[in-house]
Design a protein around this ligand. Structure first.
Ligand code: SF4
Length: 139
């Protein structure tokens, strides 16, 4: 598992390098799903990384489970904290990293990285590697 999570971190580093010119200003506008009309679809391995990141911040067990599905005003992301920041910014999923507030999406490069993520998700969970809406992810 730790090798797969290392692979995920390496993939995220490549995503962040690709996105660097469009740097995220952490406005969290994209974290309010009623406003954007969409939400990220993390794969199981990405959700695992998020859960681990949350646990590293001292939130686990029932409290973490309750938090993961509790959307706020404007259907805001359950991972948004009370001060309006992402609780797991360094472990945020692919969909959050490739959401553009401004600028033109480098579509082909993003698709190449998305294929790498699909392959990694299949290695991690061969029976159910599929992404699901962030607000419906219970694991
Ligand atoms: S995981 Fe973090 S960055 Fe992504 S939508 Fe939720 S709060 Fe925003």
């Amino acid at each position: 598992m730790s090798a797969l999570l290392d692979e995920l971190r390496a993939l995220y580093a490549d995503v962040d390098a690709l996105m660097a010119p469009y740097s995220c200003d952490r406005s969290t506008d994209c974290c309010r799903f009623a406003v954007t009309g969409r939400e990220p679809y993390p794969t199981p391995i990405e959700r695992e990384a998020m859960v681990r990141a949350l646990a590293a911040r001292g939130v686990s067990g029932k409290r973490a489970r309750a938090l993961r599905t509790a959307t706020g005003p404007e259907r805001s992301c359950p991972w948004l904290d009370d001060s309006g920041g992402c609780r797991v910014y360094e472990a945020r999923p692919f969909g959050c990293r490739t959401y553009f507030c401004r600028g033109k999406v480098p579509r082909r490069e993003v698709q190449t990285l998305a294929r790498r993520l699909t392959e990694l998700a299949a290695k991690h969970a061969p029976r159910d590697p599929f992404p699901c809406p962030l607000t419906q992810a219970h694991s």
